[in-house]
Design a protein around this ligand. Structure first.
Ligand code: KIV
Ligand code: ZN
Length: 406
């Protein structure tokens, strides 16, 4: 196989993405099926992976990282089939910096309308120590493997794993090598969730300013959530000039997870005034795919998770419910319909007030006069003190017995 550095210009496929990405378009790269599935216990079946890939494709994800083809026969066949069936997304497979990994990856993704090979190597001192490579030896390996990938596929992404803990000079040097060898996307992973927003933006800004050839490629950000900063770090990287965000549905991923797709996409949609970027995501499909990923991975979504948690559009306290009944914008910064939820919910509990009770009774077809409402309210509060949530059936039972014994 020819591994000569051809110093190529960006490929047609890369140009297509970078054209959109040059200004204000942020490419969404979903890795639920690769990094997400690496969460201990989140393994998905072949059929489940195909279903999720189909939903991601329909939702408008630009690039689906479908798996790690050399990892297992199962991963290989899932990536191959996703490559064959995807309608519009670029289909990407992951490969270590080894020729056999890259060949296997290509075997799987080559069937796609738009295939991509994503190859990576750990560049920080800790990661260089594992294969026991010197800086020069690793640089040679990067040159050789990216060139090899580019000889197979005109859309190659390269990642220096643990970039945020890699020495600055060395990071610049290897990024330049990967660009010269033909990578059209350079992903900067914060593999252990170590960076902070200010640094995340600065790192990308400096790479774009200082590395020769950086203007011709797309920089991507790939954040993990160990300190709870993955979303903030990803958005900061975009401020610094990154135009691809790598993320997963529900933030699924190793340890504390990856950047959550729904969070970065909705943040850019809701705060376009200060983050003037677009994505191709049909946000109304978010809730359905969130539920499906939770179901197939077995990872339930926490109730207070931003955007997709059960309580993300629920209001229990009297003041909030009253405000919501008057004007939804009082306590909601986005419309539930925009993320595929049918509407706000006003669950009744001990913090709820008269306005929400009256509205709920009306929904149930009960028009209560002022006196009757007063009675029902007293009994409702008594019940709510004993029960976490008062459901419709509880309320109906309570109404039917109000006035008894008086
Ligand atoms: O977190 C990471 O560094 C990765 C790489 C393989 C891109 O997932
Ligand atoms: Zn990762």
């Amino acid at each position: 196989m020819n591994t000569t550095d051809k110093n190529r210009a960006p490929s047609a496929a890369a140009k297509d993405v970078s054209h959109k990405a040059n200004k204000d378009h942020v490419v969404i790269f979903d890795t639920t099926l690769r990094d997400g599935e690496q969460s201990p216990g989140a393994t998905m079946t072949h059929a489940e992976k195909l279903e999720i890939a189909g939903l991601l494709d329909e939702m408008g994800v630009d690039i689906i990282e479908a798996g790690f083809p050399i990892a297992s026969e199962g991963d290989f066949s899932a990536v191959s089939e996703i490559a064959r069936t995807a309608q519009r997304a670029v289909i990407c497979g992951l490969a270590r910096a080894q020729i056999r990994d890259i060949d296997r990856c290509w075997e799987a993704v080559q069937h796609a309308r738009q295939p991509r090979i994503h190859t990576f190597i750990g560049t920080s001192p800790l990661h260089r120590a594992i294969p026991n490579l010197t800086q020069d030896e690793m640089a040679d390996r990067i040159h050789q493997t990216v060139t090899h990938a580019r000889n197979l596929c005109d859309n190659v992404q390269w990642s220096p794993m643990d970039a945020t803990r890699t020495e600055w000079d060395y990071l610049c040097r290897v990024v330049e090598i990967a660009i010269k060898a033909g990578a059209s996307t350079i992903n900067i992973p914060d593999t252990v969730g170590y960076t902070a927003p200010v640094e995340s933006a600065d790192l990308i800004r400096r790479l774009i300013a200082e590395v020769p050839g950086a203007q011709d490629v797309i920089f991507a950000t790939h954040c993990h959530n160990d300190l709870g900063m993955a979303t903030a770090n990803s958005l900061a990287a975009v401020e610094g000039g990154a135009r691809q965000i790598e993320c997963t549905i529900n933030g699924l991923g190793e340890r504390a997870g990856n950047t959550a797709l729904e969070e970065v996409v909705m943040a850019m949609k809701v705060r376009r005034d200060i983050m003037p970027y677009t994505t191709s995501i049909d946000t109304r499909k978010i809730m359905n795919i969130s539920r499906r990923v939770a179901a197939v991975s077995g990872f339930a979504v926490q109730f207070n998770k931003a955007i997709v948690g059960k309580n993300a559009f629920a209001h229990e306290s009297g003041i909030h419910q009253d405000g919501m009944l008057k004007n939804a914008e009082t306590f909601e910064i986005m419309r539930p319909e925009d993320v595929g939820i049918s509407g706000t919910s006003l669950p009744l509990g001990k913090h709820s007030g008269r306005a929400a009770l009256r509205a709920k009774l009306k929904d149930l077809g009960i028009e209560a006069g002022d006196n009757q409402l007063k009675d029902i309210f007293v009994r409702f509060k008594d019940l709510a003190d004993r029960k976490k949530e008062v459901f419709d059936d509880d309320l109906l039972a309570l109404v039917s017995t109000t006035g008894e014994g008086e």
